[in-house]
Every structure is written in structure tokens, then in C-alpha cells.
Write a protein that binds this ligand. Structure first.
Ligand code: SAM
Length: 245
């Protein structure tokens, strides 16, 4: 997968050199390119923002540097990867979730436009619809200072779903949100720690019983912490044991 990120703080994206995403880049599984929006300005001060029409607080990112940056990304993209998806992080976007992560992981080319200040001149986003599938996406219902943190989160969530990024693909299967429920509690050695023992069933060696216990814990935890998720569980896929839970 090819990923381009445009930002006025390219250093912010240095974390993409670390851990599993960094290794995937080294291994050529992910081709991540970070671009400095200011390189696409033409004035001495490398200006990327200006005052908002209509008045009000803050500054707005100018359309032209964005158009130049996105054209440059398109020019550098292999012919087969024309019409990439442009993710515009925004608190006014559709909320990012695991289903969206799976959907984006199927694509060849993602481009992320990191806004700052009061956001990007809307005309740049409209203009980009000519060449990109544009998706405004929110990390959640709160406001960040810029899109970079959102991009780090999205690239990690999407990247780890791409084959070859996570060493053992099985670890993706039973995670929170993979089946609409939260994950069961997990434990490691020692079995007794500071007066706390792990649930006995985990020492039983009985895989069917362990699976049943885990599934029950998934339901209990989801009901307690995120009851809203239960409404989305596919009831047709529930087992008899699930229904007992
Ligand atoms: N004035 C904008 C509004 O109220 O919708 C908020 C601008 S915010 C201070 C600056 C930038 O941070 C946004 O353009 C976006 O790139 C990013 N951002 C802020 N909150 C975000 C969120 N919840 N999800 C994704 N990106 C966010």
C-alpha cells in the first residue's frame, strides 16, 4: 500500500518509522511518504494560511498550496494507482472505526491531508474531488490542534490489517471490534500475582471451555463498558452459548 501524508509538521510523522509500521516500511510492505506543505508555497515566508472570509477567530489554510501538494502526489503515483483516496482528518468527518480501517486497508493508495488552524479552505477539498475519492474522517467527537495525531492513529489501525505487517495474523482475529464485541481480559505469567489469581479455566487446557469463557467475558465486558455496541452484533451469528451469556 502507498500512503502519502501532507502536513506543515512532517517531523510529527516520524513515529511512522517505529515499531511494526516502521518495519513494514523497511520491508517494503508499506510505502509511506511524508510531504511538507510549505514546500508547495511560492512566497518568501512560505505562507500556508490567511484570515477567514466572513471574519471570526483563527486562520484558514490556503487552497493553492494544498492543490500544488496534491498534484505533486498524483504526479508521483504509479499510473495504476490513479484516483487515490484522500482522507481529510476533521472533527466534522465520519467517525473512524474498525470497519472503516478494514475498508481502507483494501485500497492501494491513501493520501492524508493534515489540517491545522481552523482547517483547509473548502474549495481545495472540492477541487480535490476531481482526482481523489475524498473522505472527511474524524478520530472522535473532540477537537485536536491538527490532523497529524489522527493520521498516526489511522495509519496504525489500517496498516496493521495489511498482510505482512503484524507477524501473527491470528492476533487480529479475536481483537476488540473485530466481531463487534470488546476483547476478553488477558493474562500472562505468573498465574498468581500479588494475591490475584487468573481465572482457573485458563489453566484447564480445555480449549472448548476456554473459548466459551472468553466469549462470555466478551459479552460481559461489552455490556458493562459499551452497551451501545451490543445493538450492532449480528444475532444470526450467535451460538447457543452466546445466548446463554
Ligand atoms: N475549526 C474546525 C472545526 O471546528 O471543525 C477544527 C479545526 S482543528 C483546530 C485543526 C485541524 O485538526 C483540523 O483541520 C483537522 O485536521 C484536525 N482535527 C481536529 N480534531 C480532529 C478530529 N477529531 N479528528 C480528526 N482530525 C481532527
Amino acid at each position: 500500500m502507498r500512503i502519502d501524508v501532507v502536513s506543515i509538521f512532517p517531523e510529527y510523522l516520524a513515529a511512522l518509522d517505529l515499531s511494526l509500521i516502521g518495519k513494514a516500511r523497511q520491508d517494503g510492505v508499506l510505502d509511506v511518504r511524508v510531504h511538507d506543505l510549505r514546500s508547495f508555497t511560492t512566497d518568501r515566508h512560505r505562507t500556508v494560511d490567511d484570515t477567514p472570509y466572513g471574519g471570526g477567530a483563527g486562520m484558514v489554510m490556503k487552497a493553492e498550496p494544498w492543490a500544488q501538494a496534491l498534484e505533486s502526489v498524483l504526479d508521483g503515483a504509479p499510473a495504476a494507482e490513479r484516483r487515490p483516496t484522500l482522507i481529510v482528518p476533521s472533527p466534522a468527518g465520519a467517525v473512524f472505526d474498525q470497519a472503516m480501517a478494514y475498508e481502507l486497508a483494501e485500497l492501494d493508495h491513501l493520501v492524508f491531508a493534515c489540517g491545522r488552524y481552523e482547517g483547509i479552505d473548502e474549495r481545495a477539498i472540492d477541487w480535490a474531488r476531481g482526482d481523489f475519492d475524498v473522505r472527511p474522517v474524524s478520530l472522535g467527537d473532540y477537537v485536536l490542534n491538527g490532523g497529524e495525531v489522527a493520521v498516526l492513529a489511522m495509519v496504525e489501525a489500517v496498516g496493521r490489517l495489511i498482510p505482512g505487517v503484524v507477524g501473527n495474523p491470528e492476533s487480529l482475529v479475536e481483537e476488540s471490534h473485530s466481531d463487534g464485541l470488546l476483547e476478553y481480559p488477558v493474562y500472562t505469567k505468573p498465574s498468581s500475582w500479588r494475591g490475584r489469581d487468573i481465572p482457573e479455566v485458563l489453566l484447564s487446557g480445555n480449549h472448548a471451555k476456554i473459548a466459551e469463557w472468553r466469549r462470555l467475558e466478551q459479552f460481559h465486558r461489552t455490556a458493562e463498558r459499551r452497551p451501545d455496541l451490543l445493538a450492532g452484533v449480528d444475532t444470526g451469528a450467535l451460538t447457543k452459548a452466546d445466548l446463554r451469556a
